[in-house]
Ligand binder design. Structure first.
Ligand code: GRF
Length: 209
């Protein structure tokens, strides 16, 4: 059974999707041990409490630099013997020593089809505002391993979502979450926990049965 640590910053809908997938047996070999938020009193912490999952708040302002902040998260995950870290709506930058120690063991969900609309400054609603501004017809979500380049790690899974003529950034964000994020994030976690994800030459190979 793989031990999962989930990093959150907000509403926790992706955390909820992971918990649902565990309940429904989509994720069979993974269990959430800890939820860590970079912000206090966000609803994701309430979701953890409702599911009897221990949670912690690790605030960046309590550390003098990004490396010390990442070290605090790293120590928390190692103390809990975490095998997989999942960034579920997490809005802080992660880097060394966390990324080094958990190479190809940190998964992030990004609300676009990487390499479009990603990188510095592209997160949450902003992504969908830019998608609509550019007038693209297809968007979606991407699950990828995390490395030191923002949204730059090896891509695990993607799912496309049509952009509707009358979409606002809000309606598009909700549909991308519902039709893509909440589906591919649990699937990618399940594949990781079953040992079916291999990274060769910085590309993810999914080992079928
Ligand atoms: C979502 O848009 C997700 O793609 C992004 O953060 C937003 C909120 O996620 N990573 P959640 O509801 O807190 O899981």
């Amino acid at each position: 059974m793989k031990k999962i640590g989930v990093l959150v910053s907000g509403g926790g809908t992706n955390l909820q999707a992971i918990l649902r997938a565990i309940d429904y047996g989509i994720i069979k070999k993974g269990i959430i041990i800890t939820v860590v938020s970079n912000r206090e009193s966000v609803y994701a912490l309430e979701i953890a409490k409702q599911n009897n999952i221990s949670s912690s708040v690790i605030l960046k302002k309590d550390y003098s630099n990004v490396a010390d902040y990442n070290n605090a998260i790293l120590n928390h995950m190692k103390k809990n013997n975490i095998d997989l870290i999942v960034m579920a709506g997490f809005l802080s930058i992660v880097g060394d020593p966390l990324v080094k120690e958990y190479k190809n063991k940190i998964i992030n969900i990004h609300p676009s089809l990487i390499p479009s609309f990603c990188g510095e400054g592209y997160y949450g609603l902003k992504v969908h505002q830019e998608v609509i501004k550019r007038g693209v017809k297809i968007t979606g979500a991407t699950v990828h391993f995390v490395d030191n380049i923002v949204d730059g790690g090896p891509i695990i899974m993607q799912k496309a979502v049509k952009v509707k003529q009358n979409d606002t950034p809000g309606t598009l964000q909700k549909r991308v979450m519902k039709e893509a994020e909440w589906i591919i994030l649990p699937k990618a976690i399940s594949l990781f926990c079953e040992g079916k994800l291999k990274v060769i030459n910085n590309k993810v190979i999914i080992e079928e049965i």
